[in-house]
Design a protein around this ligand. Structure first.
Ligand SMILES: NC(=O)c1ccc[n+]([C@@H]2O[C@H](COP(=O)([O-])OP(=O)(O)OC[C@H]3O[C@@H](n4cnc5c(N)ncnc54)[C@H](OP(=O)(O)O)[C@@H]3O)[C@@H](O)[C@H]2O)c1
Length: 188
């Protein structure tokens, strides 16, 4: 059974030239010193309420390893107590009860396991997994946050797309730190 009102969202932040990390995986460029006069402020109360609407997260193993590194450096775990599905063929260490590892057919995971159980399903990276999600036609929307920086080379937002994917621009927000968030519906 597939829940008809479940929704799969892809969300990542990228440089203006379309990279989500440097080639070696570093994301030090995510914090910039830009200021866009007239841009919206990120209201912490709104962000907290919004995060509550997300029911589960899906990520690739390399994104998981980055999240663990962040946590080890004292920045905390970004995914709260929400179920978090990590794609890997390896035997990685499971650091909390909310983390579940999955290997294999992504369409089966989404359609048979996640959609019946969760309404708001967020793919949070990286490029390999988000590319796979789009290629398989699993995503309903893409949220693309453009950071005001060019980094020249790196890991692309979507790995290896083999066909065009038509989108509908549904929302645009510009923030005081110069970040622009684009929300697109995937047109099937
Ligand atoms: N800027 C942002 O918003 C943002 C967001 C997220 C991540 N990032 C960055 O992006 C980088 C990681 O992205 P990435 O594209 O290199 O990797 P990724 O998508 O995070 O992970 C790819 C890995 O996931 C596993 N995988 C994928 N599909 C699978 C499947 N169907 N079954 C089992 N395992 C599967 C494989 O890992 P195994 O080798 O373990 O099998 C694969 O190597 C990191 O540097 C991270 O910091 C940035």
């Amino acid at each position: 059974m597939t829940s008809t009102d479940s929704r799969v969202t892809i969300h990542m932040a990228a440089s203006l030239d379309g990279f989500i990390a440097r080639k070696d995986g570093r994301v030090d460029w995510l914090e910039t010193s830009d200021e866009f006069v007239g841009g919206d402020k990120m209201d912490p109360g709104f962000v907290e309420a919004f995060l509550k609407t997300i029911d589960c997260y899906v990520m690739g193993s390399r994104t998981y390893e980055t999240a663990l590194n962040f946590e080890a450096k004292g920045f905390g775990w970004s995914y709260g107590d929400k179920p978090t599905f990590v794609l890997t063929h390896r035997d990685l260490s499971r650091t909390r009860d909310t983390v579940e590892f999955y290997s294999g057919d992504l369409a089966r995971l989404v359609n048979e396991r996640l959609r019946p159980a969760f309404r708001s399903i967020w793919f949070v990276g990286g490029g390999v997994v988000c590319g796979e999600c789009l290629r398989l036609g699993l995503a309903n929307e893409v949220r693309y946050s453009i950071v005001p920086v060019l980094i020249g080379e790196g890991i692309p937002f979507f790995e290896k797309l083999d066909k065009d994917i038509d989108l509908h621009l549904a929302e645009v927000n510009a923030y005081i730190n110069g970040m622009v968030e684009l929300r697109y519906e995937v047109r099937n």
